[in-house]
Design a protein around this ligand. Sequence first.
Ligand SMILES: [Zn+2]
Length: 145
Amino acid sequence: MICPYCNYKESKVTDKRTSPDGIRRRRECLKCKKRFTTYERIERTDLYVIKKDGRREKFDIKKLEAGIEKALEKRPIPQDKINKMISAIDEQIRKAGKKEVKSSVIGELVMKKLKKLDDVAYVRFASVYRQFQDINDFKQEVNEL
Ligand SMILES: [Zn+2]
């Protein structure tokens, strides 16, 4: 990314935020050290989630975010860590450039990320996600803590 101040070609990313229609990056020029912002638009119109019963639904990160926030309720995890994780999930889901994604793929990805972040939140999310289909699974998750 070319620096708008000195035209130097290299910069480092100091902050990254995903909004509903793009990724905003704060960059710092490696030469003059000035900071600037770049914006990358993400195509968000045509990604669909295929649910277990075969229904299609437009992918909505806000819904996923609500579920994750719920799982993390009252957990001592800083908001910026949560935001970063949600951004990473969103990015990873869209990265493949597919038009459809199975809800199970998203669920597994969220659980993987949550497990790294917070065990309690992970179990909460996993229990809702799997809808207690198998109570033994849930017990096992709890026992592993
Ligand atoms: Zn520069």
